[in-house]
Design a protein around this ligand. Structure first.
Ligand SMILES: C[S@@+](CC[C@H](N)C(=O)[O-])C[C@H]1O[C@@H](n2cnc3c(N)ncnc32)[C@H](O)[C@@H]1O
Length: 348
C-alpha cells in the first residue's frame, strides 16, 4: 500500500460509513479496504493507465477529465496531482460541485509538495486543517466549500498558436497537459523534421498530449487520417478542443501505451513519455518500441524525438531492421525506423 493510502487508512475511523469519491486513486488496494463494511466508494481518474489497473484489480472507476460529482458524497479524497495548476483546477471543480456539508481530504507526499497545498485549499474552502502526518505524507481536511465562482473548464484553457505548413494552428490546452500553453522544444525539432518527411495516409500520434504533432501534419495534408492517442483525459479533452478550434477531425484514443490501438498506420509519430505517474520511467517508451511494429502498414514508418542521452536508438534497432538518425539539434535526436524485425507472436 502506498504511503498516501496508508495515511488515509490511519484516519478511516473519521469516515464512519460515509459514501466516498476518491479522485486519482493510486494503484493499490485502498479502494478495496475502504469498501469493506459496505461503504460506498466511487473512483474517478484522469489517467487511463490507472483506470485499466483499477479495473483489472476489480474496482469500477470512471476515466474523466473532471470528476463527476453527484452530490451524495460525504467525503472527497484527492491524491495530490503533480502539477499545481491541475490541483487548483480540481479544487475549483470540486468545491463548486460538492454538497456544502461535505468535506474534502487532500493527501500527498512531502516531496510532491503537499506542505504547500493549504494556500490552494484556502482559496476554495472556509476551513482547512492538517489531520495527519506520517509515511512522508500529509493529510489535510477542507470544509465549507466557497462557491462564489461557478466552475467552467474553459476558464483553465490556455490558448497558443504556431505556424504549420504556412497556416496558423490554434491550440487550446488544459492544466496537467504536457507543455501546457507552449510548444515543447523537442516537439518543435520533430515538427521541423516532419515538415520535410510529409507524413500521409493513416497517421498515429502516439502519446499525443495536446495533439500538436498530428494536427500540424494535418495542416500540411488535409487528406491525412489522424488518430490521437494518450492516457490523459485532460490531454484528450485538449485535443478535442483544438480540433474543433481548427475545424479538423481525428479519432481520439484513450490508451495505456498501445493497448487500445487497432489497425495499421502508415506513420507513427511521437515525442514519447519519460515518466509514469509522478515517477520517471522509460518503460512506456520501451513497450511502445517493442509493440509499434505490429501497428505499421507495409512500408510504414515511425518517427520519434527524444533527448540525445536516452538509449532509444538502440532500443529501436532491436525491433526494426532499418533505423536512421535524421537530426540531432539542441540536445535532441530524431530517429526514423521501419521494417519491423519478425517476432514470435507478431500479428498476422
Ligand atoms: C512528452 S509528452 C508529449 C506530448 C505531445 N506529443 C507533445 O509533443 O507536446 C508525452 C505524453 O505521453 C502521455 N503518456 C504518459 N504515459 C502514457 C501511457 N502509458 N500511454 C499513453 N500515453 C501516455 C502523457 O500524457 C503525455 O501527453
Amino acid at each position: 500500500m502506498e504511503g498516501a493510502s496508508q495515511v488515509i487508512l490511519r484516519n478511516e475511523n473519521r469516515l464512519a460509513g460515509e459514501s466516498l469519491l476518491v479522485i486519482d486513486p493510486l494503484r493499490d488496494m485502498l479502494a478495496g479496504r475502504l469498501q469493506r463494511d459496505g461503504r460506498e466508494v466511487r473512483l474517478s481518474t484522469q489517467d487511463f493507465a490507472a483506470f485499466r489497473w483499477l479495473e483489472a484489480a476489480g474496482f469500477g472507476a470512471s476515466f474523466e477529465a473532471v470528476p463527476e460529482i453527484r452530490g451524495e458524497e460525504r467525503t472527497l479524497v484527492v491524491n495530490l496531482p503533480r502539477e499545481k495548476d491541475r490541483l487548483v483546477m480540481l479544487l475549483h471543480a470540486l468545491a463548486a460541485g460538492m454538497s456544502r456539508t461535505a468535506r474534502l481530504w487532500l493527501v500527498g507526499e512531502n516531496r510532491a509538495g503537499i506542505r504547500s497545498s493549504p494556500r490552494h485549499l484556502q482559496s476554495f474552502f472556509g476551513a482547512v486543517e492538517l489531520l495527519d502526518k506520517a509515511r512522508h505524507c500529509a493529510l489535510y481536511e477542507a470544509r465549507e466549500p466557497l462557491s462564489e465562482r461557478p466552475f467552467e473548464l474553459a476558464e483553465y484553457e490556455m490558448r497558443w498558436s504556431l505556424k504549420a505548413a504556412g497556416r496558423e494552428l490554434r491550440m487550446l490546452t488544459l492544466p496537467g497537459v504536457f507543455a501546457h500553453g507552449r510548444l515543447d522544444s523537442g516537439t518543435e525539432v520533430l515538427l521541423e523534421a516532419l515538415a520535410q518527411l510529409r507524413p500521409a495516409g493513416r497517421v498515429l500520434d502516439f502519446a499525443c498530449g495536446s495533439g500538436v504533432i498530428g494536427m500540424a501534419a494535418m495542416l500540411a495534408d488535409a487528406d491525412l487520417e489522424l488518430s490521437l492517442l494518450d492516457s490523459s483525459a485532460l490531454a484528450l479533452e485538449s485535443c478535442r478542443r483544438s480540433l474543433r478550434e481548427n475545424a479538423l477531425q481525428a479519432t481520439l484514443l484513450p490508451s495505456d501505451g498501445l493497448t487500445n490501438a487497432a489497425g495499421r498506420y502508415d506513420w507513427i509519430v511521437s515525442n514519447p513519455p519519460f515518466h509514469r505517474g509522478v515517477r520517471n520511467d522509460l518503460g512506456v517508451a520501451e513497450d511502445f518500441f517493442r509493440e509499434a511494429g505490429t501497428f505499421l502498414a507495409e512500408n510504414g514508418k515511425i518517427v520519434v524525438v527524444f533527448n540525445r542521452h536516452l538509449p532509444y536508438q538502440q532500443w529501436l534497432q532491436r525491433e526494426f531492421a532499418q533505423v536512421d538518425r535524421l537530426d540531432a539539434n539542441g540536445g535532441y535526436a530524431i530517429v526514423r525506423a521501419s521494417h519491423p524485425r519478425p517476432r514470435c507472436g507478431n500479428r498476422a
